[in-house]
Write a protein that binds this ligand. Structure first.
Ligand code: PEP
Ligand code: MG
Length: 587
């Protein structure tokens, strides 16, 4: 029966596919796609582990003392029975053969399917057998322990482009589009999906500007977050439509609904093709103002999409994505140097703004724990970004040296996140000077960098002149600025309705920051999600912004707005918006 689940809009478009449920409860078990030729071997792994568990239980039965309570013997019988149950083993085979899940994932998937059936049983005794099934599955999993990294697709290597991925989608290894449904996905796991084939995704939790949502947007696939209980309501393999525009999931759609969304999908494709024609059109307003359109990237490979979309540089390279999901083993200076060089080379002479690492809050180093999160009461207000860097001088110096060395090969801006105190500014500048000294000492070549600070803490936005004394340019991180001005956790869907980019306090801080930079002739960019929101383009232009940094997938739509804009007229209107108690009513 068709039903819908509502969540928050993350990225445009429509995806239609079968649901792949990623069990967050057992996310520590590797879940990945296998090569089709490995199906037999995967089935054999399950069979061998299942047999080993059966032997274990049979041995236990034989070793049971004669006076042991008969319930124990009965329980072992139940376990043996479950291990031979055709629904369990047959189902596991299905997920491996038809869906190419690895053995562990197939086992968990089938377990969850049967567990739901147990939950629905009226007979209490049968309902309680779910716990036995769980124990049996855990035992098999223990035997199968080990495995590859989570959620990769056969034949998809790190660094392969989305085009390649789409080609794979069409090949006969997997002819059904898949959409990913999970309770939560960490930003590090999202990064893995960049190389995968999912046509869309949905999560129960997360806000519009949570980092999981940001990475999804950068992948340019339809997505919905904050869909509360989606991962419970949707079953493995259900057909699901993800309507990114409306923030809705439609489960088990009727043929009429499917046809309607198929039409919407084709319309979206046509719109995309139309926008593509703007790629080489100069980014000029009607009154001749040149507007700089820059790209936000997470990995050096993303520069390809940035260049294709016509970006004139990278306005934000979130370097922390090089640090995530590595089980705490951070990239050393050389590895970072290579990555930054790759991004610089990828931009073919255009400037690259590398932001020093912003680990912490909803960007932990690893999925479950990390230095940035351990023991913190409130990570969004804790040891994050520059605070984390300054707390670990060797790590920070290694990153600074890597960036300076990379700057020898192209135009680099060095951007510092989350600064609020003048003492932090001083320490940061001292560290940069020290990194230069260290390179000089070893005669290692490095290049000049322009220094920038993120304005994303209200304290920084209220002391812009102080920042302008020390930095060449500023970059307004509206995602965090809004979070901290309004005291709304950007990753918490429960308060997502209060996360308001148009709150008068937010707009005033943005307007003042831009105005003060203009007075002093210093560059200012907005690099938060607001810069890529076409609903905000006119207002930001009216507030005087001339440099926008966003995901490459949003550049052409924003350019379209720019081509239709007249900044002289927008300036007057923007003042009205600023003076309003309810600015959003004027947009
Ligand atoms: C921001 O806060 O707006 C920003 C660009 O940084 P991030 O989203 O990575 O925190
Ligand atoms: Mg930020």
């Amino acid at each position: 029966m068709t039903f819908s689940v509502h969540g928050l809009v993350v990225s445009r478009g429509v995806a239609i596919g079968r649901a792949v449920l990623v069990a967050s409860s057992r996310a520590d078990v590797g879940q990945y796609f296998i090569e089709p030729e490995k199906t037999e071997a995967e089935i054999e792994r399950v069979r061998l582990s299942r047999n080993a568990v059966m032997e274990e239980i049979t041995r236990l039965q034989h070793e049971l003392p004669t006076d042991a309570p008969h319930e124990i013997a009965a329980l072992l019988d139940v376990h043996l029975m479950l291990l031979q149950d055709e629904q369990l083993i047959g189902g596991v085979k299905h997920w491996i053969v038809d869906r190419h899940y690895n053995a562990e994932w197939a086992l968990i998937t089938q377990y969850e399917l049967i567990a739901r059936q147990f939950d629905e049983m009226e007979d209490e005794y049968l309902r309680e057998r779910k716990a036995d099934l769980e124990q049996v599955v855990e035992r098999i999993l223990r035997h199968m322990k080990g495995g590859a990294s989570p959620l990769q697709h056969p034949g998809v290597r790190a660094g392969s482009s989305r085009k390649q991925s789409q080609d794979l989608l069409l090949d006969d290894t997997l002819d059904v589009p898949l959409v990913l449904v999970a309770h939560d996905i960490s930003p590090a796991d999202m990064l893995q999906f960049k190389q995968s084939l999912f046509a869309g995704f949905a999560t129960d939790v997360g806000g519009k500007t949570s980092h999981t949502a940001i990475v999804a947007r950068s992948m340019d696939i339809p997505a919905v977050v904050g869909a509360r209980s989606a991962s419970q309501l949707i079953k493995q393999d259900d057909w699901v439509i993800i309507d990114g525009e409306a923030g809705v999931l439609i489960v088990d759609p009727s043929p009429i609904i499917l046809a309607e969304y198929g039409f919407k999908q084709r319309q979206g494709e046509l719109e995309r093709q139309r926008l593509n024609r703007l790629r080489n059109t100069p980014s000029l307003t009607l009154d001749g103002q040149r507007i700089e359109l820059l790209a936000n990237i997470e990995l050096p490979e993303d520069t390809l999409g940035a260049v294709q979309a016509g970006a004139v540089g990278v306005g934000l390279f979130r370097s922390e994505f090089l640090f995530m999901g590595r089980k705490g083993k951070l990239p050393d200076e050389n590895e970072q140097y290579q990555a930054y060089r790759k991004a610089i080379d990828g931009m073919q002479g255009m400037p690259v703004t590398i932001r020093t690492v912003d680990i912490g809050s909803d960007k932990p180093l690893d999925r479950f724990s990390g230095k940035a999160q351990d023991g913190q009461l409130n990570p969004a207000l804790g040891l994050r970004a520059i605070r984390w860097s300054l707390a670990d001088p060797p790590m920070f110096l290694a990153q600074l040296r890597a960036i300076l060395r990379a700057a020898f090969h192209g135009r680099v801006n060095l951007l510092v996140p989350m600064l609020a105190h003048v003492s932090e500014i001083r320490q940061t500048l001292a560290m940069i000077a020290l990194a230069r000294e260290q390179l000089d000492k070893h005669c290692i070549p490095y290049g000049p960098v322009r220094l920038g600070a993120m304005i994303e803490i209200p304290a920084a936005a209220l002391t812009v002149p102080l920042f302008l004394k020390h930095f060449d340019f500023l970059s307004i991180g509206t995602n965090d600025l809004i979070q901290y001005v309004l005291a709304i956790d950007r990753a918490d869907e429960a308060v997502a309705h209060l996360y308001d980019p148009c709150h008068p306090a937010v707009l005033r801080l943005i307007a003042d920051t831009i105005a003060q930079c203009q007075v002093q002739g210093k560059g200012v960019t907005v690099c938060g999600e607001m810069a890529g929101d076409v609903g905000m383009t006119r207002l930001l232009l009216g507030l005087g912004l001339r440099s926008f940094s966003m995901h490459p997938s949003q550049i052409l739509a924003v350019k379209q707005q720019i081509l239709r804009a007249d900044t002289a007229k927008l300036k007057l209107w923007a003042q009205e918006v600023l003076d309003s108690d309810e600015p959003s009513t004027l947009l």
